[in-house]
Design a protein around this ligand. Structure first.
Ligand code: IMP
Length: 221
């Protein structure tokens, strides 16, 4: 029988991405639903600390208890903008709620160039993600990053969060990110995450990479 992974998230976009990723590997992904306001997002310095705190809180709500074969997944991400010394970083959720992605566009308004590569360099940023999985009393961590840049304007077709304004760097033939603005074997042709399908986003996504890093450490389902 497929092993159940309870994913603690209130974000439908994240749930969809994780399911897309883990289901083909034989896991059943279910959303761990807890009453709103129950989970406290700690204001910590690193994504790992946030993830660790969320695992501890999630365990209190595990439907079949800690003795079952079930696993718990939490994932924490942040957008780190180089010209803003890494802001919003661990404060990304708060920044999205308060200034939104339009506020981010405004903060970078002075950083523009007619030259695409120079523009991408000036506005370079990266998503970082930590995925933490609790299984049999142990916590495993996976890390993923997705370098890219902040677009000049938003595009809101798909996705969530900062997707409308984040363009991932193209990838070389080994799937490794190229410098901002350079054209690669795998290319979004300058499109933001918000203009990509979920399948296209997975190729570049920090979350996919964090989950892959985690899965390398897991026994097969
Ligand atoms: P969280 O704390 O992991 O939920 O992420 C912090 C903030 O970054 C939230 O506001 C998310 O909406 C946003 N975020 C995380 N991952 C992504 C992504 O893949 N695309 C766009 N925004 C994201």
């Amino acid at each position: 029988m497929a092993r159940t992974i309870w994913f603690l998230t209130g974000n439908a976009g994240k749930l969809k991405e994780a399911t897309h990723h883990l289901q083909p590997l034989g896991y059943t992904v279910r959303q761990l639903v807890v009453e709103s306001g129950t989970i406290v997002e700690p204001q910590a310095d690193t994504l790992e600390e946030v993830a660790q705190s969320k695992i501890a809180q999630a365990l209190l709500h595990l439907p079949n208890g800690e003795q079952s074969d079930d696993m718990v997944l939490v994932e924490d991400a942040g957008l780190f903008i180089n010209a803003l010394n890494g802001f919003p970083g661990v404060y990304s959720a708060y920044a999205l709620e308060t200034i939104g992605y339009n506020g981010i566009l405004r903060l970078l308004e002075h950083l523009q160039s007619q030259d695409t590569i120079q523009c991408a360099q000036l506005r370079s940023a990266e998503f970082q993600a930590v995925a933490a999985m609790w299984m049999n009393g142990e916590i495993l961590y996976g890390n993923g990053r997705c370098p890219g840049w902040i677009a000049l304007e938003s595009c809101e077709e798909e996705g969530f969060g900062f997707d409308p304004v984040f363009t991932p760097n193209d990838l070389d033939s080994f799937g490794e990110p190229l410098p901002p603005g350079e054209y690669g074997d795998e290319s979004t042709h300058g499109k933001t995450f918000g203009a990509l399908s979920i399948e296209e986003k997975q190729v570049y996504s920090h979350r996919s990479r964090a989950l892959n890093d985690l899965l390398r450490q897991l026994p097969s389902a």
